[in-house]
Ligand binder design. Structure first.
Ligand SMILES: NC(=O)c1ccc[n+]([C@@H]2O[C@H](COP(=O)([O-])OP(=O)(O)OC[C@H]3O[C@@H](n4cnc5c(N)ncnc54)[C@H](O)[C@@H]3O)[C@@H](O)[C@H]2O)c1
Length: 255
């Protein structure tokens, strides 16, 4: 019988109550992992976990150090080990920099950047104790190329790419690989719920069509999840400290 790619691995996915995180949790479970489905929205996490074999839900707000520490501790208490961490939780606020309140800046950077730091900070020792494993940070192509109105988000994601590199170098000797995924526009609530704001503020009546034209189409969550499986598995054994762009080619084209 073919062994599944993540057979018996223990994985935490944050922000897994919907969207990309949910798709990653589903793909990991399909590859045999025991997934800890985590989200600030406890009910959403429970619904996803209930639909997956071997999964449990553990709520966590990634902005809160004690909650992230407790999330890792709970995964280890339940399964005796931790092999894979996916800091995926993220939010966006849509406004030009000069109209961004300090509170919004802090909110976006605390979820998208502090949250990733905390996940690495508390998960890495547990993964080292398990003999090694993989951390896959969900960054964004906006870390590399600007998109007006989401400057706080893009700055946080650029920070995630930098954290990925430092963590990769520091953890390499412990057999822990750290990589980042940089998706373009993927069809999730994070994108669809903000389209109207982009249209109004950029005075572009069909921003969605512009995105689809530049990227070819919206990306699908399963396409991101497939890369997350690869990066969690031994098939990516020489990938470390890298940012994997997944954007239909938009960031490498002028028009
Ligand atoms: N959708 C895209 O086009 C896209 C592109 C690039 C990067 N990303 C990144 O992928 C990740 C997932 O995005 P998505 O599109 O699935 O978004 P989404 O809004 O559909 O889902 C995000 C999930 O994170 C959870 N969450 C929010 N704040 C949290 C917190 N403080 N603690 C724990 N969980 C929290 C939400 O409850 C939600 O379930 C994010 O980091 C996002 O920045 C998304």
């Amino acid at each position: 019988m073919n062994r599944k790619l993540l057979q018996d691995k223990v994985a935490i996915v944050t922000g897994a109550g919907r969207g990309l995180g949910e798709a990653v949790a589903r793909a990991y479970a399909a590859e045999g992992a025991r997934v800890v489905v985590s989200d600030i929205d406890a009910q959403a996490a429970r619904q996803v976990a209930d639909s997956l074999a071997g999964a449990v839900a553990v709520p966590c707000d990634v902005r809160v150090p004690a909650q992230v520490e407790a999330l890792v501790a709970e995964a280890v208490r339940l399964h005796g080990r931790l092999d894979i961490m996916v800091p995926n939780a993220g939010i966006a606020r849509v406004a030009p920099l000069v109209a961004t309140s300090y509170a919004d800046w802090r909110e976006v950077t605390s979820v998208n950047l502090d949250g990733v730091f905390l996940c690495i900070r508390y998960a890495a020792p547990a993964i080292i104790a398990a003999g090694g494993g993989s951390i896959i940070n969900m960054a964004s192509v906006t870390a590399k190329a600007a998109c007006a109105l989401i400057g706080s988000y893009a700055a946080a994601k650029a920070g995630v790419v930098s954290l990925t590199q430092t963590a990769a170098v520091e953890l390499r000797a412990h057999n822990v690989r750290v990589n980042a995924i940089l998706p373009g526009f993927i069809d999730t609530e994070l994108v669809t719920s903000h389209i109207a704001e982009f249209e109004a503020q950029l005075k572009l009546p069909d921003f969605g069509a512009v995105v689809r034209q530049r990227q070819g189409r919206y990306g699908r969550v399963e396409e991101v999840a497939a890369l997350a499986v690869f990066l969690a598995s031994d098939r990516s054994s020489f990938s470390n400290g890298s940012g994997f762009v997944l954007d239909g080619g938009v960031s490498s084209s002028l028009l």
